[in-house]
Design a protein around this ligand. Structure first.
Ligand SMILES: C[S@@+](CC[C@H](N)C(=O)[O-])C[C@H]1O[C@@H](n2cnc3c(N)ncnc32)[C@H](O)[C@@H]1O
Length: 252
């Protein structure tokens, strides 16, 4: 397909070049140091929903031994090109690849985990990730976390980037129980003449919802870190928080 033929109907995750134009091909030094700071140098890391390798590739460049997987074959092909030192396979968070291996840590950056829009799949995925870890290994999930999960309906985030714009809409709720709200969401990315979208269900968790999720997977109590303010650490996400990195550890 020629670049000009890409339309609004194109799936964002089938077009790594458009994704990279919006979100960057590689994480910057601050974000890389933030994720890397949870793990000893050289740790074997499992990166779920790694996309085109934005974070996994940066960690691999920093000396971590990275194995990444993603549902999208296009994204995973790009990740392998971007990071020849890493290992990449197509795979689903609810049944991760590299099944016979154990890792020192696992992470799911930038909302891939939240796209498991129902609690049963999220529980299954987190248990599967925890099972892949050595004792004491850390798991980091970037999640939308909100004290009042019902209030996210109708929220909108947008920003302009060099040559394009990005819009994220939290649409009507699909399901809500006080611990989480599944919203229909839509991301639209425009880069020059090209646009693509992603629509689906996204789970937004309350702090109690995250605590239950972690407890079910046998992880220690979650600690929160605010993405973008990488030196912050809190036992509870801030009142107006919409994104958090939640961290837990497997038992030793
Ligand atoms: C917002 S992108 C984040 C990509 C990457 N982690 C980053 O930081 O740029 C979300 C990614 O999650 C992947 N994804 C969504 N659901 C998934 C699932 N069930 N299993 C594996 N990957 C999934 C998508 O294919 C997409 O590449």
């Amino acid at each position: 397909m020629s670049p000009a033929a890409v339309t609004d109907d194109a799936s964002l995750y089938d077009h790594p070049d458009i994704y990279e134009a919006a979100f960057g091909a590689i994480a910057d030094a601050e974000e890389t140091a933030f994720y890397g700071g949870f793990f000893a140098p050289g740790t074997r890391l499992l990166v779920g929903a790694c996309g085109a390798g934005r974070v996994s590739c940066a960690l691999s460049d920093s000396g971590y031994s990275v194995s990444g997987f993603d549902l999208s074959g296009e994204m995973i092909r790009r990740a392998a090109e971007n990071d020849p030192a890493g290992r990449y396979e197509a795979g689903d968070l609810v049944d991760p690849p590299f099944a016979n291996e154990r890792f020192g840590g696992a992470l799911v950056p930038l909302l891939g985990f939240a796209e498991l829009g129902d609690p049963a799949s999220a529980r299954m995925a987190l248990a599967a990730l925890a099972n892949r870890l050595d004792g004491g290994g850390a798991i980091l999930l970037e999640l939308p976390v909100c004290h009042d999960v019902r209030s996210v309906q109708g929220m909108r985030e947008s920003f302009d980037f060099d040559g394009g714009d990005y819009r994220f809409d939290y649409l009507d709720a699909a399901e809500s129980n006080g611990y989480f709200t599944a919203v229909h969401f839509e991301i639209r990315v425009r880069s020059g003449e090209r646009c693509a979208r992603r629509a689906g269900k996204l789970a937004v968790y309350s702090p109690e919802g995250v605590a239950r999720l972690f407890e079910d997977a046998g992880l220690s109590e979650p600690r929160y870190y605010a993405p973008g303010e990488f030196d912050s650490r809190c036992a509870e996400p801030p009142p107006d928080c919409l994104r958090a990195v939640a961290m837990g550890r497997t038992a030793r």
